[in-house]
Design a protein around this ligand. Structure first.
Ligand code: ARG
Length: 457
């Protein structure tokens, strides 16, 4: 039986009913729905809209419904949506008092409230998972502060870097992501309930009281907006998309760095997969899957943006489409962050391979140019002189650290014997001691800063 059957002479056709149903997916909202209804009924009692006895009966009944759902004794089925299900079950149990629960309320402000409660909790979970990931990144940075690896631009060796700086870079990205979830949580913590269908309610409700019962910081200021706003869902999907973008980059690095061609890192057997035909293969399926799932999270973001863009004010049923994409995003996000956190803890580093690789590809050429510039040669000239030295190296199969002082001086008499100290990979990384740079001291300070900022959440 529908909540709205009275106006209709015939029941809904089966196919129409199936198409309209959201219970199969919005049942995930059961706890939020019951919690919001308990707060609503408590407020109705306090304001004298329902008697104290009616209000108490409803609250007791709703608590019983909740515990039966949680124990598995009550299956959520055969209702249009979770709101109809909970109300129907309540009426079955307590009769007429249950029919009064929906006073001064509509499913429009109800679902908006349920979603806010659910998404708010999901922000908290996202924050916790990101914290755990950043803590592992910090630990990896701490232990690798004396390791050197190649830094890349255009996926070509660019300059040697401190390995800790590499891990810190991802910590910075995930810290911004974490902060975005925290900001969203604050911004969305506003109660829609009391907006009713769209125009507010004529009952003497106390919305602030309901808000305080549900932990909302304030009540919405426009009922038309409150019932039709899903900005917070779109923002969540955007925040999740950025986490996935960052994670996907980290996974791409992981796939490259663990390949035979790079050989910088190893994925342990427990987190690798094999091939059904090629016995020798050890494949990085997990980071590939994370990279792949990024596309589907982006898809959900485009979906919600498109869903809301043409909606006339106020509520429209299109808004029911916020749920599956949100739930799938949440599940995908949580599983990806968790699996990568576990993987990162177990990855081992081939310190020597990284170090040797960092010295290849004339990666200290900038240091040669800087050497000249610091001795008065204009940087543009220094760049050209060094470029000629690199060409000389390429043509004669030599490297910058292996050239003799005479070979250096053939290009410029500014070079002295100390140039040979300036072109080692370690000196190169250590020399970049600007704030946020690659020297040991700079990366150590950056790590301390990350840990300090992380504590705020
Ligand atoms: N299942 C609906 C949704 O998710 C609940 C609100 C229904 N409201 C309505 N006016 N039909 O949006």
């Amino acid at each position: 039986m529908k909540l709205w059957q009275g106006r209709f002479a015939a029941p809904m056709a089966q196919d129409a009913d199936d198409f309209n149903q959201s219970l199969p997916f919005d049942k995930k909202l059961y706890r939020a729905d019951v919690t919001a209804s308990i707060a609503h009924a408590t407020m109705l009692g306090k304001c004298g809209i329902l008697t104290a006895e009616e209000s108490e009966k409803i609250v007791t009944g709703l608590n019983a419904v909740l515990s039966d759902i949680e124990s598995g004794a009550l299956a959520m089925e055969q209702a249009e949506d979770i709101h109809s299900f909970v109300e129907g079950e309540l009426v079955k149990r307590i009769g007429d008092a249950g029919k009064k629960l929906h006073t001064a309320r509509s499913r429009n402000d109800q679902v908006a409230t349920d979603m806010r409660l659910y998404v708010r909790e999901s922000c908290d979970k996202a924050i916790d998972l990101l914290k755990a990931l950043i803590m592992v990144l910090c630990e990896r940075a701490r232990e690798s502060n004396s390791y050197i690896m190649p830094g890349f631009t255009h996926l070509r060796k660019a300059q040697p870097i401190n390995c800790a700086q590499y891990f810190n870079a991802y910590s910075e990205m995930f810290l911004r992501d974490l902060d975005r979830f925290s900001a969203l949580r604050k911004r969305m913590n506003v109660l829609p309930l009391g907006s009713a269908a769209l125009a507010g309610t004529s009952y003497p409700v106390d919305r602030d009281y309901t808000a305080s019962l549900l932990g909302f910081d304030e009540v919405s200021q426009n009922s038309l907006d409150a019932v039709s706003d899903r900005d917070f869902v779109a923002e969540y999907l955007f925040n999740a998309s950025l986490v996935m973008a960052h994670l996907s980059r980290l996974c791409e690095d992981t796939i490259l760095y663990t390949s035979e061609e790079f050989g910088y890192w190893n994925i342990p057997d427990e987190y690798s997969t094999g091939s059904s035909i090629m016995p020798q293969k050890k494949n990085p399926d997990l980071p590939e899957l994370v990279r792949g799932k990024t596309g589907r999270v982006y898809g959900h973001l485009m979906g919600i943006l498109t869903t809301i863009k043409g909606l006339p004010l106020a509520y429209n049923k299109d808004l029911q489409e916020d749920k599956e994409s949100f739930f799938d995003t949440e599940t995908t996000l949580f599983s990806c962050v968790s699996i990568y956190t576990a993987l990162l803890e177990k990855i081992t580093l081939n310190v020597n391979t990284m170090y040797e690789s960092a010295g290849e590809g004339y990666s200290t050429a900038t240091d040669v140019a800087d050497y000249l510039a610091k001795r008065g040669v204009p940087f543009r000239d220094a760049h050209a002189i060094t470029g000629r030295l690199v060409r000389y190296c390429i043509e004669n199969r030599k490297t910058l650290p292996n050239l003799t002082l005479e070979e250096y001086r053939a290009q410029s008499d500014v070079f002295e014997s100390d140039v040979l100290n300036a072109v080692t990979t370690r000196a190169s990384a250590e020399g970049r001691n600007s704030a946020g740079g690659s020297s040991k001291a700079a990366t150590k300070a950056a790590l301390a800063s990350i840990r300090r900022r992380l504590k705020k959440y």
